[in-house]
Each structure stands twice: as structure tokens, then as C-alpha cells.
Design a binder for this molecule. Sequence first.
Ligand SMILES: Cc1cc2nc3c(=O)[nH]c(=O)nc-3n(C[C@H](O)[C@H](O)[C@H](O)COP(=O)(O)OP(=O)(O)OC[C@H]3O[C@@H](n4cnc5c(N)ncnc54)[C@H](O)[C@@H]3O)c2cc1C
Length: 474
Amino acid sequence: MSGERPTVVVGAGPNGLASAIALAQAGRRVTLYEAAATIGGGSRTSGMTLPGFRHDPCSTVHALAPSSPFLARLGLERFGLEWVRPEIPLAHPFDDGSAASLHRSVDETADQFPAVDADAYRRLIGPLMDRRQTLWEMFLGPIGGALPHPGLMARFGVRGLWPAPTLAGARFRTAPPRALLAGNAAHSFQDLREPGTSSIALMLTLAAHADGWPFARGGSQALVDAMAALLRELGGTIVTGHPIRSLRELPDDATVVFDLTPRQILAIAGDELPAGYRRRLSRFRYGAAAFKLDWALSGPIPWVAPAVRRAGTVHLGGSLAEIVASEAAVAHGHVSERPFVLLTQPTIVDPSRAPVGKHVAWAYCHVPAGSTVDMTDRIERQVERFAPGFRDLIIGRSVTTPSDFERSNENYVNGDINGGRQDLLQQFTRPVPRLDPYRTPNPRLYIGSSSTPPGGGIHGMSGFHGARAALKRP
Ligand SMILES: Cc1cc2nc3c(=O)[nH]c(=O)nc-3n(C[C@H](O)[C@H](O)[C@H](O)COP(=O)(O)OP(=O)(O)OC[C@H]3O[C@@H](n4cnc5c(N)ncnc54)[C@H](O)[C@@H]3O)c2cc1C
């Protein structure tokens, strides 16, 4: 009977596509509706500056995708996906012309630090690396998946629960490894002094050692195009340029999985949800926003520190104290004069994205939700600080403000690109505190977006878990 029932996924981001594939693999007739003219949500590629330059408006660095238990087993290479790995996943330059690098190898990373910190790095990361597969399954799995491994959970949890500056200060004596850890923790979009920020830093560090933070050759669109090709092969239908505004637009008995955040779900299906659940969804907290620049460049960025020229991702923020101050300012509703900046330079390993000899790069910083402050000069000054002459290379620039983000994708509420605040509390209670967060009280309706665990990032796991919940519909 359930095989006959229509199944709809709303939103063709990486999680929506993951949901649709998992449902189609289980034999469901799936239709995927996407509001935008193209599929992909936060995983797209387009021409944003000059002819011949291919930019990713959103994600570029696939820290989690290759290790995703769901994406990894889809065989997307068959549909043209190719991972390209920079020689160094991440570099973090300093004002004296040096840089800390996060290499694939734990030993190579440790050995760049003075002996006392080299040992500390090995002691912190080594044991977690040995158990990384289990850690991945715990963190990308459904809530409760951590319980079968209490020893490992305790080892990771003891460190991960600490605020990042506390862990960095307790573990390391010198500035470079402290700054490296703080930069990874800043991916959390939070005041780094909050508990739990170390867990983000540790997971991203492990991902860099394990998989090298690769790019998709040609741009992030390649990932979702491969997913769409697989979905079509499984018999699924994709309808683009078709925003869903009400459940009444969908077949009466359809099972629906939303790749949307609570605000849109309330607008579309609020009438079909009990008041108590509606109230809890409306209390969902959104986070800080991003302000982003995409550049077309006439040459590679002239970083002073040679290692940075070989790194796919670059963290610009100087010392731990400076990064902590920058993120604290945002958490208190201000922009930072010297913002912590995340930069990617994919053309150092993937020349297919730009004309011969030319490059693309993007960089963003965090700003308060809905901020209207132009951060262009502040971001470019941070690049120029570690790469003098950078501005002379800019031949095209595209600016994306928090309101531009929301206009391009309603999921980015006030410019929050993470599907909601991802602090320690909401990490385990997104979108509402509930044993099975992917189910709503209405047996037709399910959620599989980054507003559910494990949260933001390209991994498809939220969509997969949303689909699994929907497949249990009686
Ligand atoms: C600037 C930026 C940089 C990022 N960098 C990285 C990175 O390097 N690495 C990484 O792992 N992650 C990165 N991310 C985060 C990542 O893109 C997101 O976490 C991820 O895309 C979330 O996937 P999703 O499927 O849950 O939602 P989304 O990707 O947001 O997809 C939701 C889809 O639903 C559609 N939609 C919305 N409303 C409706 C409606 N009413 N009807 C139909 N369709 C609708 C939207 O148009 C969109 O296509 C970045 C994000 C941004 C914006």
C-alpha cells in the first residue's frame, strides 16, 4: 500500500536530494520540488563574475562529504563526481610571515610545532584518529547512535565539551597550534568561549587528516548533479522553479519530507501540526550570518608564507585571542574590524574553474543576523595583510550580503547559512527536543534538512535520516 502512496521532497539541497535518493532506493515514487531555477541549494556552481570563471555561491570545501556513510556508498563517481585534494587541506598564516598547516598526516602536522606541542598534538589527535570511523558513525548517525561506544564518547566528549580557547590553552604552549584549533572552532558561528566549540574543531581536524577537505572537480554543482542523475536513474522526478507554499499544492495522502528550516515548515504546514509542536518549532533559534566575496583573479594569491600557496582552505585571523575577539563581537551583535575570514582557493588544484592562468577564490566572515554592514574592505584587508598585492589581482568581484543569501534560498534566514544555531543545546534538540527529530506529530510530515542532526555541512545525513523516518510511516 505504502509503495503506491506518492512521496514528495520539498527542497533540492544536498539533504533533499539525499532524502529523495533514499526513498527511491526503497521503491518509493518520489517527486522532488525545488523553488530555485536550478537544483543544489548550498551546493551549486555558477558564473558570478566574468565569462569563463566558475564560482560556488555557497559550499566548496567538502570536509564531511567523502566520509558521509550515506554519500560514500552511492557511487557518485559513476555520474562524474571527482574529488580533488589540495596538497595541504588548511593553512593559517601569521603576521611574521610564517603559517601553521593542517596536513593530511598527523605526524607532519605535529612536527611543525616545537617538541612540547608536537607531542601534545599527537596525544590529542592520534587516539581519536585511530577510532575515526566509529566517531563518524556516532556523529553523523541518528541521535542515540553514540550510546554503544561510551568509552570513545567519553574520550571525545571530555575534550569536545570544552570551549575551544580552554582546550587550546590547556593542551598547547605555543601560539600556532592554539590558533589552528581556534580557526577550526570558528566554523561553529559561535562565541568560541561557549562550551562545545572544541567538538567542531576536533571533528574538522579529524576530517582534514582523514579525507583532506577535497573540492569537487569543476565546482560543487558536480556533487548535486551526480545525485540528481542517480535519482533519475532510480525513477525519481525533479521539478525546478516550483516553490511549495502550502500542503494543499501536494497530493492529499502524500508523504512529505521537508529539506527546509522550521520557519518555512510552519508557513507551509503549520495548519497540519498540533499547537504544542508548532510552538516548539517557532522557538527554533537561528544563528549569525555570513558576508561573502567571490573573486575572479588574474593570478594566484601572493601569500607570504609558501605553505599557504599550497593550501585549499585558508583561515585569516591571526592569533587565538584575535579570533576569539572577532567571534565574540559577532555573538554580541557587532561586526569585527579585523574579522576572522574563511577563504578557499580551489583553482590551485582545479584549473578547470577559470581561464588559463587565472583563478577563483571566495572568502566570508561572520556578521550578526541580518547585518547590513558592508564587510568588503575589512575582508580584503585581512587577505592583503598576509598576501600583499592581492587587491591588484582582482579583476571581478561578487558580493553576497546576508539579505542576498536569504533572497537566493529561503533556508538562509537573515543570512544564517547553517540551518539554525548549532550550539551545544540546539545540536541535540534541532529542530525540537524529540527522540526522533526527523518525525513530526503528523504521520505524513518529516524533516530532513540541516535544521536536524547532525546539522550544517554537506553530508546528506540529515536527509537520509529524514527519509528513513518517512519510510516507517504506517
Ligand atoms: C557561503 C556558504 C559557504 C558554505 N561552505 C560550506 C563548505 O565549504 N562546506 C560544507 O560542507 N558546507 C558549507 N556550507 C553549508 C552547506 O551549504 C549547507 O549546510 C547545506 O547546503 C545544507 O543543505 P540542505 O539540503 O539542508 O539545505 P539547502 O542546501 O539550503 O537546500 C534547501 C533547498 O530548498 C529550496 N527551497 C527553500 N524553500 C523552498 C520551498 N518553499 N519550496 C521548494 N524549495 C524550497 C532552496 O532553494 C534550496 O535549494 C556553506 C554554505 C554557504 C551559504
